[in-house]
Structures are given as C-alpha cells and as structure tokens.
Design a protein around this ligand. Structure first.
Ligand code: MN3
Length: 238
C-alpha cells in the first residue's frame, strides 16, 4: 500500500479509538506496543460518538440497537476469537485488515474489515452534519467541479452498489474520488485513503426506510455527514 500523509493519522485514530484491552492507553502507546511485538488484542468496542437517538429520524435508536450493538459487536468478537494466540494479535486493526487481505484469509478479513468499516462509518456521521471546512471544499471543487457534483457522485455510488456494501469518498494518490465496495471490502486494500463512508447494507437502513435505500442515502448526505472528519483524514499530519 502507499503511505501517504493521511495513513499515519488514520492509523492513530483507529488504534486510539478502538482502544485495546483493559488499559485505555493513548494511541501512541498502543502503536509503540504493536511495534514492539506486544499483543494489542483483544480489541474492544468503543462507544458510539453520539447518543443512540441523535441521528433520528434518519437513523433511529432502534436501528443502532441492532447495527452497533449486534452487528458491529459480532464482527469485533469474531475477529478477536480468530486472532487469539496468532501473530495478528500483535497488529493494529488496520494491519490485520491489510495482512488478512493479502493472505487471502477471507473469514478474518471479513470480520476485521467490517470492524474497521463500522467504526469509520460512525465517525463519518454527526448529528445535524457539519459545515464543510474551506480547505476540503476547495479540494472537492478542484477534483469534482463542485460540492454538489461530489455529493451526487457519492449518492449514486451508494444507491447503485448492488446488494451489500459501502459508498466511499477517498483520496487516491492525491485525487479525491468516489468509489463503492462490496460486502466487507475497503479501499485501504487498494492503497486509497478513506475520507467518509456510507453503509448500504440493508441492516443500516431497512428498519427505518425499508427498501428505500435512496431515501436513506440522500438524507445521510444532506444532513448527517461529518465533513470535518473527512478533512482530518485528508489533511491531518501527526
Ligand atoms: Mn453495517
């Protein structure tokens, strides 16, 4: 994979936010532990970054009670079981995703990537949305022509993803793009830097919107996206 400027920031975010074991050490400490070959597993489920009813009516507490408490937790628990006592137990979550993909260990990849994807999705959402930082806005206008064109591309990718998967805003070698992935697949494995994601598995919207995926996707894009998180993923350096 490439190691552009955002990788470091994202890795810190993931290790820090999916903090490990009983000691909720700082991200730097965890990274150092991983680098020294000490176990970082088992991973723990971090709390949602908002109240469970804060995204209503677009995403209800009822949906989150399954999506976060059941689906996300199950992926994480499955991954923890699979890595126990293996070399993976000494890796950061992002490294587990990349290494299991490279080795074709599909079962582990699916659970590790879904653990990563869901944490990334929760942080892609913000009650009421956020104002887009100017620096990100200028980059989006340069690469998509306009903010509206970017949102339209993200909506189209998310709505047209066949069956389960994800819509993403990514940086690909310095250029912003919209991509979609199937099932657990994540653009990290193609060397891209995820900036934002929208979960389009049916479990993300079916209780609230039934088969109306477009209604869910458009509402998320209009009212819930965390553009400050996207800007942090694109621009922040440690
Ligand atoms: Mn999901």
């Amino acid at each position: 994979m490439n190691t552009n400027k955002s990788d470091v920031n994202r890795r810190e975010f993931m290790t820090g936010s999916l903090a490990v074991g009983a000691s909720l050490a700082a991200g730097a400490g965890l990274a150092q532990g991983a680098a020294m070959g000490k176990p970082v597993a088992p991973f723990v489920l971090e709390p949602l970054p908002f109240a469970d009813d804060a995204l209503e009516p677009i995403i209800t507490a009822h949906t989150l009670s399954f999506h976060y408490d059941k689906h996300h937790r199950a992926y994480l628990n499955n991954m923890n079981r699979m890595i126990e006592g293996t070399a993976y137990a000494r890796m950061t979550l992002e490294k587990i995703v990349l290494a299991s993909a490279k080795k074709g260990e599909t079962g582990l990849f699916n659970n590790a990537a879904q653990t990563w994807n869901h944490t990334f999705y929760w942080h892609s959402l913000k009650p009421g949305g956020t104002t887009m930082p100017d620096r990100l806005k200028r980059k989006i206008e340069a690469d998509f022509g306009s903010v509206e064109a970017c949102k339209k591309a993200l909506a189209e990718a998310s709505i047209t993803q066949f069956a389960s998967g994800w819509g993403w805003l990514v940086a690909d070698r310095g250029t912003l793009k919209v991509v979609k992935t199937s099932n657990a697949e994540v653009p990290l494995t193609d060397g891209m830097t995820p900036l934002l994601t929208i979960d389009v598995w049916e479990h993300a919207y079916y209780l609230d919107h039934q088969n109306r995926r477009a209604e869910y996707v458009n509402a998320v894009i209009d009212k819930l996206l965390n553009w400050e998180f996207a800007a942090d993923n694109l621009f922040s350096k440690k």
